[in-house]
Design a binder for this molecule. Structure first.
Ligand code: SF4
Ligand code: FES
Length: 246
């Protein structure tokens, strides 16, 4: 099928940026979105032109690197689907497709579709861990954890840190991301020890690195490729209040 692509081109955080139009004359419905971009880049490279910069790593929906807004929606709007898992069969012959980077104050554009998501790393560095003594592997039965708690923690741990929640939020809030990271540890015995300092440090880091606050738009939940529920924002707020009142 034939598509017309309007791709965001930007030479760095201080460049104004613009949309550039490309024809994609021979797109297979079996290709992934990134494979389709690979083909465009092959043509550009052969012509000695500047290829389109875009982020990717696993191409399996695991790493959270592929960060593109497609037709105005982070990850393209397919439920629980990252850009790398989006297939061209979702498009029709003759479609025009707009491809842009995550747009959020906290994610400056490095080049074209690549943004700096280091702010999410700073939130993790502030408290997204448990401190423990190294040594022999603990006996698996030494610390029993009930199934509902384990399931809740694993649901929160599904977050791949892609940043779509931030890109879709009118406040550029990272509260779904931060809530997931706080929640996955706060319910486990290993994470309870530092629960108060963790939530304070991570929320402070989110503010410091330019992320806003939640005002209940629910766009984060709608765009999350891993189906993270806004209940984790509620958990973040409760953990924050517990830390304040301790
Ligand atoms: S909560 Fe969802 S959208 Fe946000 S970073 Fe995690 S996986 Fe991505
Ligand atoms: S490239 Fe890893 S999730 Fe898309």
């Amino acid at each position: 099928m034939k598509l017309k692509l309007h791709v965001w081109r930007q030479n760095g955080p201080n460049d104004k940026g613009r949309l550039e139009t490309f024809d994609a004359p021979d797109v297979s419905p079996d290709q992934s979105f990134l494979e389709m971009l690979d083909d465009i880049n092959l043509v550009l490279a052969k012509a000695g032109k500047d290829v389109i910069a875009f982020d990717h790593d696993c191409r399996e929906g695991i790493c959270g690197m592929c960060s593109q807004v497609i037709n105005g929606v982070p990850h393209g709007g397919q439920e629980r689907t990252t850009v790398c898992q989006l297939h061209m069969r979702q498009f029709k012959d003759g479609d025009e497709v707009f491809i842009e980077p995550w747009k959020a104050r906290a994610f400056p554009v490095i080049k074209d579709l690549v943004v700096d998501r280091g702010g999410l790393e700073k939130i993790m560095q502030a408290g997204g861990y448990t401190s423990c003594h190294t040594g022999g592997v603990a006996d698996g039965n030494a610390l029993p954890i009930g199934n509902p708690v384990a399931e809740y923690s694993m649901d929160a741990a599904e977050c791949i840190g892609c940043g779509a929640c931030v890109a879709s939020c009118p406040n550029s809030s990272a509260m779904l991301f931060t809530g997931a990271k706080v929640a996955q540890l706060a319910v486990l015995p290993q994470g309870k020890v530092e629960a108060h300092t963790r939530v304070m440090a991570m929320t402070e880091a989110a503010t410091e690195h330019g992320f806003g606050n939640c005002t209940n738009h629910y766009e984060c939940q709608a765009s999350c490729p891993k189906g993270l529920d806004v209940k984790f924002i509620g958990k973040l707020n409760r953990e924050f209040m517990k830390a304040l009142c301790k």
